[in-house]
Design a protein around this ligand. Structure first.
Ligand SMILES: Nc1ncnc2c1ncn2[C@@H]1O[C@H](COP(=O)(O)OP(=O)(O)OP(=O)(O)O)[C@@H](O)[C@H]1O
Length: 250
């Protein structure tokens, strides 16, 4: 039994087929890359796995359970958590407050109580968790700074800290390397490995080939909504179809 399985997933938007019978088997503890040209269907696949979209056909199994029709918040409770392409931080909140709010939103305690701390025991537990994930992601030293004042690398690490606060089993990372300089890329690569080493399975949509080839155990390649190839980085790097459809241009 695979940890996470997408079976023959199709997704249609009107007359457009964004995904056409795509299957993925992700093992527990792996870093899986999902790559392909713009419009290939990567984000759509992420949304189908996380529950933001229901597929037109096919199924999603998580630890053997069919979660295809489960809404995203149910899947989040079970541990399937997604980060977003753009940083979705509350810019006028401090780094600490951002993670605290993320923590409470997952715990369904609401924004007001999150900020004003009505339930003291829960608040202390949340604060302990926030400190722990911020230290883990290397952003604790900057916890009192406004999120908008942090450099890009820290903002992305903060976004991941927010995701970690909800205790994911699978973390879906949507282009965490976009716009980063080489130093930020290296730091983020270390962070993604650290997250995986802590026992979290990672699925990564990314155009940065250095990051993809350096991090992933296996890579799935989408092209025009179909699975074009799948394999270890070395196999994908040397796959003629992949080079022609994507790597040549990238
Ligand atoms: N909500 C939607 N309504 C209609 N068409 C959509 C919708 N979402 C995606 N599409 C279309 O589905 C196809 C796949 O889009 P998707 O965003 O999944 O590609 P992608 O591989 O993530 O691309 P990129 O690398 O540019 O992010 C595209 O043709 C896109 O225009």
């Amino acid at each position: 039994m695979s940890f996470l399985t997408a079976k023959n997933i199709s997704k249609r938007f009107g007359g457009l087929t964004a995904l056409d019978q795509v299957s993925l088997d992700v093992e527990e503890g792996e870093i899986r890359g999902l790559i392909g040209p713009n419009g290939a269907g990567k984000s759509t696949m992420f949304k189908v796995i996380s529950g933001a979209y229901f597929p037109s056909a096919g199924s999603i199994l998580f630890q053997g359970e069919d979660v295809t029709r489960q809404p995203w918040h149910k899947r989040a409770e079970e541990g399937i958590i997604r980060t977003f392409q753009e940083t979705t931080l509350f810019e006028e909140f401090t780094a600490w407050e951002n993670v605290l709010v993320g923590c409470h939103m997952q715990a369904h305690t609401g924004l007001f109580r999150a900020i004003f701390g009505r339930d003291k025991a829960r608040e202390r537990e949340a604060e302990r968790k926030v400190q722990e994930v911020m230290e883990f992601m290397g952003v604790a030293d900057r916890k009192d700074e406004m999120a908008s004042d942090l450099p890009l690398g820290f903002q992305r690490a903060l976004g991941m800290a927010i995701a970690l606060a909800s205790g994911p089993r699978v973390l879906l990372l949507d282009e965490p390397f976009a716009g980063m300089n080489p130093e930020e890329t290296n730091t983020m690569m270390d962070l993604v490995r650290k997250v995986r080493d802590s026992g979290i399975t990672v699925i990564l949509v990314e155009h940065d080939m250095k990051a993809i080839m350096g991090l992933c155990d296996r890579i799935s390649v989408l092209n025009f909504g179909q699975l074009l190839a799948e394999g270890a980085p070395e196999e994908i790097r040397n796959n003629k179809d992949v080079i022609e459809a994507y790597l040549g241009a990238a």
